[in-house]
Design a protein around this ligand. Sequence first.
Ligand code: NAI
Length: 303
Amino acid sequence: MEKIRFDGRVVIVTGAGAGLGREYALEFAARGASVVVNDLGVARDGSGSTHSAADAVVEEIKKAGGQAVANYDSVATPEGGSNVVKTTVDAFGKVDVLVNNAGFLRDKSFAKMTIDEWDAVMSVHLRGAFCVTQPALALMREHGYGRVIMTSSTSGIFGNFGQGNYGAAKMGLVGLMNVLKLEAAKYNVHINAIAPNAYSRMTENLIPAELAPKLQAKFNVPMVIYLCSEECRENGSIFTMGAGWYAKTAIVCAPGVCLGDGSRDILAEEVREHFASITDLTGARPLDNNLETFQFMAPLLKQ
Ligand code: NAI
């Protein structure tokens, strides 16, 4: 089996001081990449900050003979995002791969959620991805090469009680990926989203402890490594995974039903009458862009 290598490649992993990010950083470095280990070193709820999280991972990489530098900026500000990329360029001259991974939780049922809890979680996940990806993508476009990962979550894709802020942010990342996959493809920059599952500090209150040995963070690493490799052509997809299970996950559109004739008014009662066919997912498939929805309306769009 030919090994996937990252010799000469420069990789940024945000939130790489712990959990999943740490595992990605260690593996990229072991496969020859120069790695920027970004981590603000916060508590589980995003409070506080320390350099020790990023420093420890950089130390680990160097001890194993790899190349890495630390960055301690918050991904959630434009200055922080720019500085993550500046640290990378100063140390290694370019950016080839960006894994947007940093984040934290402020779980609360929607009725009790404060605007601060909403904003904090939207900031670190969605705004954070904007703040780091925009300057990184600018360099990738210049060099005509790049691989970007957005870390989504099944909490947003499928739903999870008490995570309205987190679910919205994580699904927002899918929306951002869907647009960037179109905007960046011509520069040979591919962007995919992952929905990992791992027993980590973030999930230790959410996942039963007896599953910890099975849901190890390291089982999510191979998918990230492959998606970020030069040979992988995948662009604009979501992959759900955990414990060694990997599955493409998609938003699909059903064939649906055309009501009316394209000009007459359509009654709510007609929708009711055809609801079973409208909701039938037989033949549903993912679409590449929003204009593809027009093909389903084609019979109605004709003059
Ligand atoms: P973790 O809590 O172990 O690690 C997250 C890291 O991000 C921490 O080291 C933290 O200091 C850092 N961080 C937080 N805010 C930051 C900021 N503003 N700037 C820079 N770094 C910051 O969490 P875990 O489990 O490793 O999660 C990693 C990513 O995977 C997160 O985006 C999370 O939402 C996502 N995820 C995790 C799942 C799981 O099962 N563990 C499930 C689905 C998604």
